[in-house]
Design a protein around this ligand. Structure first.
Ligand SMILES: Nc1ncnc2c1ncn2[C@@H]1O[C@H](COP(=O)(O)OP(=O)(O)OP(=O)(O)O)[C@@H](O)[C@H]1O
Length: 293
């Protein structure tokens, strides 16, 4: 059976193009019959994934970052086609969340030796998400990154963007509903996640499991600027959860209402504003998961 490969040369700035020759060579060593496609415009990966489903493909291998994966799962959700992940993007946080190597060639080995496993997806507005959504500070950082901070890649891009947003960001009041329970807070950010990491290695939801039938919510409340600066590094290790102004919740249906000035991101891409409703879609995706998980 066919294995479709989707490669996004726009992922990770020039990285994907540089890596592609070697990635392709190594993919061919699997002996799998490969049908290769290059994404030609934003959103194309969804169309290509839908076609792969229609054609009865066995696997769909996405070569790119979290944005490419998001588009691919929006074509694959509910199907039996298994998603393979070769991370060549800027953040690659979904790969990090499920233990897929940041080294694309190692990721191919993990994919080849891995097992198919059904995992959850999130649903927000009119689309699926695979890894993480956020409202507030993190969305403004994602916005800056997408607008050009990617001239610098990886963690440095996110750190510099975070400093820039920090200088102007003001915490905002929101109403959060988690499975019917109402919470009102003034927030720096609210993250709703399926995976553990976002923002290029931030361990925002340390307890998150992609197959537990739940979404994880991290609420960071109004912090003073000195508190924010002092505690910011702890978010990379997940230690932020010990801070009294940080709460972790889990749920199946989450609604967030609040000020329109708050930006929101879906898997790192800016997508409208509040109000937003999130729900978990248990087992909606088949993933080629590394066996060392
Ligand atoms: N041919 C194309 N021209 C312009 N943009 C494209 C094209 N193909 C795909 N894209 C867009 O490229 C964007 C960036 O891809 P992706 O998110 O995978 O990489 P990244 O942003 O570097 O990684 P990450 O999301 O992990 O930080 C996606 O939003 C996708 O819609």
């Amino acid at each position: 059976m066919e294995n479709h490969v989707i490669v996004n040369f726009h992922a990770g700035r020039h990285k994907t193009k540089q890596l592609w020759h070697q990635v392709r060579e190594d993919l061919r060593k699997t002996g799998w019959y490969l049908v290769e496609h290059e994404t030609r415009y934003p959103g194309h990966a969804t169309v290509l994934a839908q076609e792969a489903v229609k054609q009865g493909a066995k696997r769909l291998i996405a070569v790119g970052g979290d944005g490419t994966l998001n588009e691919a799962v929006n074509g694959l959700a509910g199907s039996r086609v298994a998603l393979g992940v070769i991370p060549t993007g800027t953040g690659n946080d979904f790969a990090r969340s499920v233990g897929i190597s940041a080294d694309p060639l190692q990721a191919i080995v993990q994919m080849y030796t891995g097992k198919e496993q059904r995992i959850d997806l999130g649903w927000v507005g009119e689309r699926y998400f695979l890894n993480a959504c956020g409202i507030g500070f993190d969305a403004q950082v994602a916005n800056l990154i997408n607008e050009g901070f990617k001239k610098i890649t990886g963690k440095t891009a996110y750190l510099l963007a975070a400093v820039k947003v920090f200088l102007s960001f003001r915490p905002q009041p929101v109403l959060i509903e988690v499975d019917g329970k109402i919470i009102e807070k003034k927030i720096v950010l609210v993250a709703v996640t399926n995976g553990r990491y976002y923002g290029g290695g931030i361990k925002i939801s340390p307890r998150a499991e992609v197959d537990d039938g739940l979404l994880d919510i991290c609420i960071v409340e109004d912090l003073s600027r000195p508190q924010f600066v002092k505690n910011f590094p702890s978010i990379y290790s997940g230690e932020h959860v010990k801070h009294p102004k940080v709460s972790l919740l889990q749920g199946r249906r989450i609604v967030v209402k609040g000020n329109e000035v708050l930006k929101a991101h879906i898997d790192g891409e800016i997508n409208g504003g509040l109000p937003l409703s999130y729900s978990v879609q248990p087992g909606a995706l088949s993933l080629l998961m590394p066996v060392n998980m």
